[in-house]
Design a protein around this ligand. Structure first.
Ligand SMILES: Cc1cc2nc3c(=O)[nH]c(=O)nc-3n(C[C@H](O)[C@H](O)[C@H](O)COP(=O)(O)OP(=O)(O)OC[C@H]3O[C@@H](n4cnc5c(N)ncnc54)[C@H](O)[C@@H]3O)c2cc1C
Length: 388
């Protein structure tokens, strides 16, 4: 029989921003925590992403969760003792077509009911406020309280803070099997077994495979957004910059850090391989990416590119994550599949999952993310959606 290496109230599988922040908030609610991370915390999507802390443009019903997360972003230094370079410098989206103005005006009106401040700026206003903008922009939408942060710092900051509160963080420790025997789950790793009555699957793009092993398959596609960074230039682009468009090939975004480098992404995602645990950058997309980036800020054409990369992200068919309790196994919880927007949500997801696990309910609505939308019969599923 394999050696039992540890026991706790809950085992978290996955040390990204979701798992690490959940570990932190669960410790604040006095649950004992074991976190298992296959490599090092924050090495996958949470450490390789673009760094956008953006609420503008989210599904409206996701805004309560995004707002809760935004409130935590402002407190990360005091909560964790770490500066994660969060800069609430605002987020502007430029519009290439007059027709899109009505779309963003409608979104702004509806989002205001969820507490999101969003201003529609005329062509003259965007040129005054953002003189770097390209000549094609006809208007802009400005979200003053969004911003950006350094992805490399956030999951490790939460992991260190959770460890200080007593969480056992095991890196280089992959969960290879999860079984429920009696009241407890036994999680097997190459170096021994861990035991707990509760398990949280926070395994990012790999969460789909674990949910399938636990008889709750979800349709998840794995892909890698393409990122790049330029050499430093004088600091002149202060907000995060993006596009509001219905054309996928036009989706592009960039931000500048005070050191001067411009980080950019967008246009197409490329397939990624779960078994390689690494998404390779495909240079074929680079020229298309440059074309869109230069529409946002033409002067960037003078800069040299110094690095490109990608990361592994899980996309669920209906573009919503999986969050909540298992439909089939008591004590089992899920929080994965954040479809390319989980960095902003991460701290809020950790907080909400800790609240749900510790108290059985959460103030922030997450029912629409329940795994049962894929596992219930159609009639039952209809009742669930009718309730919201
Ligand atoms: C290139 C890129 C750009 C993005 N840009 C943005 C952005 O600008 N803004 C935004 O909001 N979101 C963005 N996202 C999405 C965001 O990064 C993710 O949604 C978020 O980081 C997901 O966090 P996570 O903790 O769920 O997953 P991850 O960070 O992937 O963490 C899951 C962890 O689980 C571990 N794991 C998996 N299986 C096991 C196992 N069996 N045992 C132990 N450990 C296991 C993995 O090693 C991994 O560390 C981007 C994503 C990518 C890839």
């Amino acid at each position: 029989m394999a050696e039992t290496r540890g026991a706790a109230d809950i085992i978290i599988i996955g040390g990204g921003i979701v798992g690490c922040s959940a570990a932190f908030f669960l410790r604040r609610r006095n649950l004992s925590v074991i976190l298992l991370e296959r490599y090092l915390v924050g090495q996958q999507a949470s450490g390789t992403n673009f760094g956008n802390v953006r609420r503008q443009g989210r599904h409206l019903t996701q805004l309560p969760l995004a707002n809760r997360s935004r409130a935590i972003w402002a407190q990360i230094p005091s909560l964790t003792g770490s500066d994660v370079e969060f800069m609430p410098v605002g987020h502007v989206r430029f519009l290439w077509s007059e027709e899109q103005i009505a779309v963003v005006e409608d979104y702004a009106r509806q989002a205001s009911h969820y507490g999101l401040e969003l201003h529609i700026l005329s062509q003259r206003e965007i040129r005054e406020r953002f003189p770097f903008v390209g000549p094609e922009a006809v208007a802009g939408s400005w979200s003053p309280h969004d911003g950006h942060a350094n992805p490399r710092l956030v999951a490790p900051a939460f992991a260190r803070a959770a460890a200080k509160l007593g969480a056992a963080i095991h890196e280089n420790c992959a969960a290879s099997a999860i079984e429920k025997t009696g009241e407890d789950f036994i999680v097997t790793t190459p170096t021994g077994q861990f035991r707990a009555p509760l398990v949280l699957i926070a395994s990012g793009a790999w969460g789909g495979g674990l949910a399938e092993q636990l008889a709750e398959p979800v349709p998840i596609e794995v892909a890698g957004p393409q990122m790049g960074v330029t050499e430093p230039a004088p600091y002149f682009i202060h907000p995060v910059v993006g596009v509001s468009t219905k054309i996928p090939g036009e989706v592009a975004y960039l931000r500048q850090i005070p050191r001067g480098n411009i980080i950019f992404g967008g246009v197409h995602r490329r397939p990624a391989a779960l078994d390689e645990r690494r998404a390779k950058y495909d240079p074929a997309g680079l020229m298309a990416q440059f074309r869109q980036i230069l529409r946002l800020a033409p002067t960037l054409r003078h800069l040299r590119l110094i690095r490109t990369w990608s990361g592994v992200e899980g996309y669920i068919g209906d573009d919503r994550p999986i969050m909540g309790a298992s439909e089939k196994t008591s004590g089992l919880y899920y929080a994965f599949g954040f479809c390319g927007y989980g960095f902003q949500l991460g701290p809020g997801v950790g907080d909400v999952m800790a609240e749900l696990i510790a108290t059985g309910k959460t103030e922030t609505p997450i029912d629409e993310y329940h795994v049962n939308r894929f596992t219930l019969q159609p009639a039952a599923r209809l009742q669930v959606s009718a309730a919201h």
